[in-house]
Every structure is written in C-alpha cells, then in structure tokens.
Ligand binder design. Structure first.
Ligand SMILES: [Zn+2]
Length: 65
C-alpha cells in the first residue's frame, strides 16, 4: 500500500469511527504517529460536517450512514 493510500484509508476509518482499522493501517505502513492522528481526526471532522464518505462501501450504498 502506498503511503498516500494508507493515509486515505486512515481518514476513511476516522470517518467511520473505526480506530482498530486505523491503528492496523498505521502499524503496517510505518506512517508517523502525527500523520496518523491528523488523518484520523480529518475523517471524523468530515463526518461531523456532514460530508459524504469517499470510501468504496459508502459509494455503493449512499443512503446508509
Ligand atoms: Zn465510508
């Protein structure tokens, strides 16, 4: 997984409040802890702002939260 993709996945995990997945991606991709926490917080912020999630599952089912 490319670093950029790993960060994007952590952002999606943050959106879904999925800290287990985010932590797994973080540990598997040697991302700095600061980048990891910022990406996770960004995902949570997008959700709080009512933004649509960009992950594959949510695109398949746009009606579900
Ligand atoms: Zn999603």
């Amino acid at each position: 997984m490319k670093r950029k993709d790993a960060i994007a996945h952590i952002t999606v995990a943050g959106y879904h409040d999925d800290s287990r997945t985010a932590m797994r991606i973080y540990t598997e991709n040697r991302i700095s802890y600061q980048v990891y926490t910022e990406a996770y917080a960004k995902g949570a912020q997008l959700k709080s702002e009512g933004m649509a999630c960009t992950c594959f599952q949510c695109k398949q089912r746009p009606a579900s939260a």
